[in-house]
Design a protein around this ligand. Structure first.
Ligand SMILES: NC(=O)c1ccc[n+]([C@@H]2O[C@H](COP(=O)([O-])OP(=O)(O)OC[C@H]3O[C@@H](n4cnc5c(N)ncnc54)[C@H](OP(=O)(O)O)[C@@H]3O)[C@@H](O)[C@H]2O)c1
Length: 228
């Protein structure tokens, strides 16, 4: 892997590049990691797995290792079949209807977190409480700012968001995104796969500034900070 920007460095260790976490004056810092084809598709056949490669897996692991907690929405959790991870993972869900028999819950490396709402069915909340730390942060929708504050209160202030696009758009609309780590997979997909943000338009669009660009095997790893 080599760095193209800000300076040419070849080879480069992504652990050095991404150690530069966003600074947020004490607010929880949210870094979003996504992969898309060059034409903006975030899935092929309903999952992102076909888009990745060895370099991408490496960056993904580095980003997780630098985070206190991973934030993922239930749609992605289900589609991508999340498994155990050394970095604690918080799943955002209204229904609190997750596969409690999956290894993610039965054989965890770190205790899972379920971020949910008062309106979730009580029997689902009871299941969740047996296998996870449950944080209720809202009535009908998880209030993402409140959820991040709750996580920071547990010492988990460096947050790595892993999608999906529906959650990403809410984070952006709430002004909670600090950094975007985007992998361009060297493919074209067309079709109707979601873009990296799927939701209400950002008006005005959020301004970004380029932090770094890495390249490996025709994959591009771009990193942008949200301009404040
Ligand atoms: N290319 C990539 O990097 C990448 C990354 C991630 C995901 N993906 C793909 O994206 C797709 C999933 O994304 P998606 O946009 O359809 O769904 P998503 O954002 O992953 O999940 C939506 C679900 O999350 C929960 N949720 C979202 N916002 C919430 C809120 N404010 N409060 C409470 N719960 C909330 C709800 O779960 P409940 O239904 O449980 O209530 C909702 O149905 C999958 O195909 C996945 O493979 C791609």
């Amino acid at each position: 892997m080599r760095q193209l920007f800000p300076d040419a460095v070849d080879p480069v260790d992504p652990a050095d590049v991404y150690a530069d976490l966003p600074e947020t004056d004490g607010r929880p810092a949210v870094r979003l990691n996504m992969i898309s084809t060059v034409d903006g598709a975030t899935t092929v056949g309903g999952v992102s797995g076909g888009l990745g490669g060895p370099g991408d897996k490496h960056v993904y692991a580095v980003l997780r290792s630098l985070a206190d907690v991973v934030l993922v929405a239930a749609g992605t959790f289900r589609a991508e079949r999340y498994g155990p991870s050394k970095t604690p993972i918080a799943v955002v869900t209204r229904t609190a209807q997750l596969d409690w028999q999956s290894r993610f819950f039965t054989d965890p490396d770190a205790r899972p977190i379920v971020l949910t709402v008062e309106a979730a069915p009580p029997e689902n909340l009871a299941h969740a409480a047996e296998v996870a730390d449950v944080i209720v942060a809202g009535e009908v929708d998880v209030d993402l700012a409140r959820a991040l504050t709750e996580l920071a209160g547990r010492g988990q202030a460096n947050v790595l968001a892993e999608g999906g696009p529906t959650l990403n758009a809410q984070l952006a609309n709430a002004g909670l995104l600090d950094e975007l780590c985007l992998t361009f997979s060297p493919k074209l997909a067309a079709g109707d796969a979601k873009r990296i943000l799927n939701g209400s338009p950002l008006d005005p669009p959020t301004e970004l500034s380029l932090q770094s660009v890495l390249e490996d095997d025709s994959f591009l790893f771009v990193r942008y900070r949200v301009a404040r």
